[in-house]
Design a protein around this ligand. Structure first.
Ligand SMILES: Nc1ncnc2c1ncn2[C@@H]1O[C@H](COP(=O)(O)OP(=O)(O)OP(=O)(O)O)[C@@H](O)[C@H]1O
Length: 241
């Protein structure tokens, strides 16, 4: 579960990137975080993951406060950033072992997990190559695998499907569903509204740092008294701002 209460962040003390945001992402749900460019999605995700500090407000992950107990909170989640260009000089396997070391994953277990993840994402052949030789999609996959190697309860994924080929994208979506079926939590941001419509149990639409809507796609259609697609409703909602 992820809880944000009255969270605000402005850059350079001027424009509020996130304005008094309150939101709960529950266990057992895939939650989509949607909004136009510059809406405040990445800023919110960076505050949840402790990369940047909010000006005010409280954030808890599975009950652990990211400001008060950062280490405990960080053990609860895995985070895929919006850019996969990390640790480029490491080989794929070195990176996965590094991540497993960070999270104290025992030897035998990590071997099993790495092999299973590599098979699922069709990356077995590339693990002994340096990450800088990977394509964008392969870099995205190795970052996702690094995050999943410690089997975090809460997945926080910033634009995770960007650059993935259809098979890998399908695999990741399938894994998100398996994860939430076991009562755990997935929060991801996306601009691909067709994916959000099909995959998410609930979505939040944010614009200019403020949540315009939070609920199921069905709730949204009821609110607008319309059977339009999520894309049409999203455009209607964000264009009126
Ligand atoms: N480091 C920064 N310094 C100053 N302003 C910033 C910084 N990072 C983000 N902003 C501003 O904060 C606002 C929210 O940006 P943010 O990156 O959170 O949006 P986003 O919804 O993730 O956008 P996108 O979909 O384009 O990734 C924007 O107005 C952006 O210009």
């Amino acid at each position: 579960m992820i809880e944000l209460m009255d969270v605000t962040k402005s850059y350079n003390g001027t424009v509020k990137a996130v304005d008094n945001l309150t939101l709960t992402v529950r266990g057992g749900e895939i939650f989509g975080f949607l909004g136009p460019n510059g809406a405040g999605k990445t800023t919110t995700i960076k505050m949840i993951t402790g990369i940047i500090q909010p000006d005010k407000g409280t954030i808890r992950i599975n009950g652990k406060d990211i400001s008060q107990s950062p280490l405990e909170a960080k053990k609860q989640f895995g985070y895929v950033p919006d850019s996969p260009d990390l640790f480029l000089r490491l080989k794929g396997l070195e990176y996965l072992n590094f991540m497993a070391d960070m999270y104290d994953v025992p030897r035998e277990l990590r071997k099993e997990r790495i092999e299973a993840l590599a098979r699922r994402f069709d990356m077995l052949h590339a693990l002994s190559d340096p990450i800088q030789s990977y394509s964008h999609g392969m870099r995205q996959k190795i970052v996702i695998m690094g995050v999943l190697v410690h089997d975090p309860a809460v997945w926080i994924l910033d634009e995770p499907l960007t650059g993935l080929d259809p098979k890998s994208s399908y695999t990741l979506k399938e894994m998100m569903r398996e994860h939430t079926d076991s009562g755990k939590t997935v929060l991801f941001s996306t601009h691909v509204l067709e994916v959000a419509e099909k995959l998410c149990d609930r979505v939040a639409i944010i614009n200019k740092g403020v949540i315009l809507f939070c609920g199921t796609f069905k709730d949204m259609q009821e609110r607008f008294q319309s059977d339009q697609s999520l894309e049409s409703l999203f455009l209607e909602l964000t264009n009126h701002e």
